[in-house]
Ligand binder design. Sequence first.
Ligand code: MOS
Length: 716
Amino acid sequence: MRVDAYEKVTGKALYGADRVLPGMAFAALALARTGRGRLISVDTSAAAAVPGVLAVETHFDLASPGFVMGGGFGFQSLQPMTDDHIAYRGQPIAIVVAETPVAATEAAEAITAEYEDEPTALHLDSEGATTLVQEEAIPLPFLADLKVGDADAVIDASPVTIEGTYEHPPQHAVPMELNGGVVHWDGDTLIVHEGTQNANALRFGLAQQLGIDAANIEVRSPYVGGGFGQKNSLLVHIGPLALVSKRLGRPVKLVLARTQTFHNGSFRPASRQRIRLGADETGKITAAVHEVDQQTSRHDLFPAMHTETSARLYGLSAYRGRQRLVQTDVQTPGYMRAPFESPSMFAFEQVVDELAYKVGRDPVELRLANDTDTDPISGLPFSTRYVADCLRRGAELFGWSGRNPEPRSMRADDGSLIGWGVAIGNYPCNTAATNATLTAGEDGRVTVAVDGHEMGQGIRSTIALHVAQDLGIPVGDVVVQVGDTTVGTQHLTAGSWGTASALPSVHSGLRELRKHLDVADTGDVEVAPAVAAVGHAVTVHADSVGPGQPADALAQSMTGHLAITGPEYPGFVTFSWIAHFVEVRVEPTTCRIRVPRVVSVADCGRVASPVTAASQVRGGVIWGIGAALREESMVDDRFGGFVNSTLEEYPVMVNADVHSIDVDFIDKPDYRYNPVGVKGLGEVSMVGAAAAVANAVHHATGRRHYRLPIRIEHVI
Ligand code: MOS
C-alpha cells in the first residue's frame, strides 16, 4: 500500500519545479570550463542580447552556508559567484534569467570566460592531492579511528592470513527529479519550492546566506523525486536564485540540466580499501585491519565512515581501522545511498569470500561461524542482530545447497558460466530528534505533521499505516504532512533513520491524542464521535529523541542542524542487517554478465510497511548490481570534472537489466531500540549487493576483480 500512488500516477503530486506561478521567469546556469584557477573575465554581452533575457548576473553578495558536516547547512561551504576563485570544473560562473527556459539556456550557453588555469589533482594518487589523516584533520570523537586489541600482531600470529586492496570509482546519484525548483517572494517572505531531504537546512542556510531571519523563509518539499543523499542540504543555485527573484520582483524557476547535476551536487567519492584478515584453519576470523583513502574536495573535509560497519560485521577479537582523506579539485563529495557501507562491503566481503576458498569452507557456513551477539568495538550487545537468520533463510530460498564450490564448474544449457555468490551487509541505526503534531478533526480524519521527507521511499505511507493501525481507522482517513517547514521542523531525512525517527514521535502523539479524546490507550477509536464529544478538533504535539540522546537535540533540529545519535547507545549498539544471494551468468563468447536472480533477506526490526519496504530492498539490490557492473563517473583528465555526465554515458540499471529479485524479512521487532521496534532499511538494502555480484562473477569465471565496475572488457 502506497498512499500517494494515486497522486503520483495521475500527475497530481507536485514536485519542486512543478509550480507554475503568475509572472514566473526562468533561469539557467553558466558553468566554469576549467578545472581550477582564477576567473579573469566573463563576457555576458552575447547572453544579454538574446531576446527575452531579463538579467545576467555573475556576482552575488552571499555568505557561505557552511558545510553540512561541519555544522553548516550546505552540500559544500564554497558558494560560487562570490569571488574569482574556481575550485572545480562545472562551478557556476553566471546565472541568466529570461522569459522562457529556451532563451535562458541559449543565453547561458553564449557566456564565455577567461581563466588563469592552475594545475589540478583529480585522482587519489595525483600529484598535488593532499592526504590527511582524518582523525587529526577532524578531531571529533565519532570520527576517530576504531581500534580494539593489537590487530596487526594478531593477524601476523594467525595461521591463515589474507589481504586485498580494492578500488571504488566515483559514482553519481542520478535521481529522476533533477535538482532545481521555484523561488518567489511574498513581501519580505522568501518561499522556496525545491526537492530536498532537508527543508529546515535550506531554511536556516538561506537565512545565513542572505542575512535574513529564518522566520521569513518557507521551504516546501512535499514530494522528492529521489534524493539518495544528493538533496540532503542546501545546493549552490538556490541562494543566487533567491536574490535574482527579489531583484526582478518575479518568481523564478531553475531546473539544472542532467549534465549540470554531475557538478552541482554531491557524488560518491573515489575510495581505496585495503583489508587484511587473520583467521584460524576453520576460517574463524581473529582480527581485521581496514585502511581507507577517500577523496574529498579542497574546500571541505567530507568525513569517511567506512570502518564503522566493517568493525561490526563479525565477531572479531581485534580490529584496526584507519581512514585518510585525499583533497582533490572537485566539488565536495557527499552521501550517496550507503555512502561508505557499499564501497567498504564491496571490499570486505570479497576478502571474506577469498578466505572461504582458502580454508575450503562454504562461504555461508564461514559467515555463520563468525557471527556474534557482541559489538567488538564497544563490547556492548547488539540490541538485535538476525544476520544469521538472514543467511539461513536466504540460502534456503536461493537453493544454495545445490552450489558446486569449484569456480567455473556450473554451466547453463546455452554454455554460459553460472556463478553463485553471497555477501552480507550492515548499516548503522542512527536516530534523529523529531517533532509531530497530530490533529483529530470533526470529520473523523487525523492529520499528522511530522519531520520527514517523501522521496519515494514511502515514509508517508508508513506513517499513515501506523496511525491507521493504531486507531483502527481507514488509511484514507489519515493525512500525512512532511517536507514542509510551515507545518513542522523538517529535520534531514537520510541515513535510513526516517521511519525509526518519525514513528516514535507519532506513536507518543497518538497516546497523547487518545488522552485528549478521552478514549482508551489502545484499541479501535471512533474518531468523529470522540471529537464531537470534546466539542472541537483536537491538536496535540509530541516529540522524540534517540535512546540516551540529550533533549537539546530538539533545539538543534529546530535550528536546521543535524540532531542524530547512534549507532552506539547507552547499553547497546544497533545495526540493520542483510544477506544477498546472487546468480550471474557469463556468456562465454561475448562475456556479457547477466544477473537472472537475487534473493535478499533483511533484518530491519519490525517491518512497518511491507509494500514500500520490499520496494526499498529491490531498489537497493538493483543499485548494487549497477554499482558492480555499470556505474563509474569518468574523470576528465584534460579539464577536470566528470566526462560521462549524461544518462546515455552514465549507464544505470534499467528494467531490461533486472530479472527476479526475491525479498524477505526476518520481521522481528527491536523494542530496545525504540517503542515501535523499527530499525532502518533503505540503505542496508544496497550494502553487500555489489560484493555478492562480484563473488558470483568470481565463482563463474575463477577471477577476482579488485576494481569496480566489472565490465565485459574485464572478464574477457
Ligand atoms: Mo542518504 S545517502 O543518507 O540520503
